[in-house]
Design a protein around this ligand. Structure first.
Ligand code: FAD
Length: 403
């Protein structure tokens, strides 16, 4: 029998890849290796419905129970790959075993960036279902949660915690929540939303020392305050799990470097999901940390593993739920020179188009998901739309696409 396809990391990208490999006709052995004690599961609910206790762990798996057996996949959970030899085509496993591979996918995702204090019962980070369970025990009426960092994780946890009646103090080093992704102006809209929901949001406030006390935590700020709470959650982004690839001599550039198809420079070795630094045909080299990307890239890389030369050119899309606000964003813009608004920011019913040199690079909306879908078509087509038409609610966005 031929050597198996080996997939390291049993997360979303891996799960999507396995499913697509079987659907696209791969009928040889497939081994899925996951360090967590779970088959691939969805992380977005961990800061939302699951954290609030509205859904349970049974709602998290990416695929129905029994799918991996049905697909004839040797899915091994609680098994970490510890080394990789791309010359010998072998992967070493924790415990000393090793596996030869025919084709390898690295879908090792990322881990929460630990800053200021190691994780403990009261110092929480949020990446896994176990992290969410620990954090959940600190939420509810009469409890006070400190949140460090008003990025996606911080903002969503703050909103869920407020929904459960928790007192919340959130500190953010930058001038607005999600400043890096949305820009300060749009971020200010989110700041207002959090404050209206009772979050004590302190902007331009960095974290100093974090101390555990009898029954609580103290977070010092760089303004010299000592904030007291029952627990703290630190949302400082993720670190891509690139160690295996790096030690094997693969190129790592803020993630495992892959070409437009999601292949590394090593023969038969691919990477996808949060860990992949992808050469995107529209945006250049980017690493994306979103659910939709993990699923689509996971499915795409399966095609590449089977020989497809097609580039992965998805324009990228993500959402975030905070209170009753559904925010959606398509595209990718690290910088922009103009933001064009359609609708009313005041009424929180608007779409913001981020333009660079006249081209739409990303589109953000609150309450207008359809605009985002249409905006993504403008991005993919590389359109330089008429700005007045873009701003005008009466102009159909689709009409701005080339004939
Ligand atoms: P991961 O899901 O990180 O999976 C990688 C897996 O590989 C992990 O299980 C890891 O343990 C395993 N692994 C790592 N190294 C090894 C090794 N050496 N051997 C074996 N296994 C290994 N995105 C959105 O678009 N919208 C949202 O609202 C949203 N909400 C989120 C909320 C939370 C709380 C979190 C944590 C993330 C959220 N995301 C959201 C992001 C989204 O979940 C990620 O982009 C997605 O999980 C990435 O999938 P992945 O398969 O690349 O990596």
């Amino acid at each position: 029998m031929s050597d198996p396809v080996v997939i390291v990391g049993a997360g979303l990208a891996a799960g999507a890849a396995v499913q697509t490999l079987r659907q696209e006709g791969e009928d040889g052995p497939i081994v899925l290796l996951g360090a967590e004690p779970h088959l691939p599961y969805e992380r977005p609910p961990l800061s939302k419905e699951y954290l609030r206790g509205e859904t349970d762990a049974e709602a998290l798996p990416l695929h129905p129970t029994g799918s991996y057996e049905e697909w004839g996949v040797d899915a091994r959970t609680g098994v970490r790959a510890t080394a990789l030899d791309v010359g010998d085509r072998t992967v070493e496993l924790e415990g000393g075993d090793s596996l030869r591979y025919r084709i390898l996918l690295l879908a090792t995702g990322g881990r929460a960036r630990v800053i200021g204090a190691e994780p403990s019962e009261r110092v929480c980070y949020l990446r896994t279902v176990e992290d969410a369970d620990r954090l959940r025990s600190h939420l509810g009426g009469g409890k006070h949660l400190l949140v460090v960092g008003a990025g996606f994780i911080g903002c969503e946890v703050a909103a869920s915690a407020r929904g459960l009646g928790t007192e919340v103090t959130m500190i953010e080093r930058g001038p607005a929540p999600l400043n890096r992704v949305l820009g300060e102006g749009m971020g200010r809209v989110l700041a207002e939303i959090h404050r209206e929901h009772g979050v004590d949001l302190r902007l331009e406030t960095g974290m100093g020392e974090v101390r555990e006390t009898d029954g609580g935590v103290v977070v010092e700020t760089d303004h010299g305050e000592a904030l007291e709470g029952d627990a703290v959650v630190i949302g400082a982004g993720i670190i891509p799990n690139t160690e295996l690839a790096e030690a094997a001599g693969l190129e790592v550039e803020n993630g495992i470097a892959v070409d437009a198809r999601c292949a590394t420079a090593a023969d038969g070795v691919f990477a996808a999901g949060d860990v992949a630094s992808h050469d995107h045909p529209v945006f250049g080299r980017i690493r994306v940390e979103h659910f939709d990307n993990a699923l689509k890239m996971g499915a795409h890389v399966a095609g590449a593993m089977l020989g497809s030369e097609d580039p992965f050119d998805d324009p990228h899309w993500f959402w975030s739920d905070q209170y009753d606000v559904n925010l959606q964003m398509g595209g990718f813009a690290a910088t922009w020179d103009e933001i064009v608004i359609r609708g009313s920011v005041e009424d929180r019913d608007f779409t913001a188009f981020y333009l660079q040199d006249g081209s739409v690079r990303s589109v953000l909306s609150i309450g207008r998901p359809r605009d985002v879908r249409r905006g993504m078509r403008l991005i993919k087509a590389g359109v330089r739309p008429d700005v007045d038409a873009l701003r005008d609610d009466d102009v159909d966005i689709a009409s701005l696409l080339p004939g």
